[in-house]
Design a binder for this molecule. Structure first.
Ligand SMILES: [Cu+2]
Length: 108
């Protein structure tokens, strides 16, 4: 019985260490938006302020990620484009080549 109690205690402190590491990592976290089948996935991504978002073209045709605030220009198949969101708000973007492709980044 005593052995079990010690094991649970050790496990508890391990979790505490992992939680602290996750908090530190969040400052420079990167989130991904895939470009697949003529769509941004996910279409709406919610992230904390300071997050880098990587738009990854996983399709076999070129796309752009364009908004009032940023423009990737052409992202070739297999390439990606990165934006760091430093301000809170909702940032709508689209693909210049295929204007029906739309997405949003919500920064909290
Ligand atoms: Cu496109």
């Amino acid at each position: 019985m005593r052995k079990i109690a010690i094991f649970v205690l050790a496990l508890g402190s391990l979790w505490a260490t992992q939680a602290a590491a996750a908090d530190t990592a969040q400052v420079s976290a990167t989130k991904n938006v895939g470009i697949v089948n003529f769509a941004f996935k996910p279409g709406t991504l919610t992230v904390p302020k300071g997050t880098k978002v990587e738009f990854e073209n996983e399709s076999n045709t070129a796309h752009t990620t364009t908004s009032k605030n940023f423009d990737s220009k052409r992202i070739a198949p297999g390439k990606s484009f990165m934006v760091r969101f430093q301000q809170r708000g909702t940032f709508a973007y689209h693909c210049k080549i295929h204007p029906f492709m739309k997405g949003k980044i919500v920064v909290q």
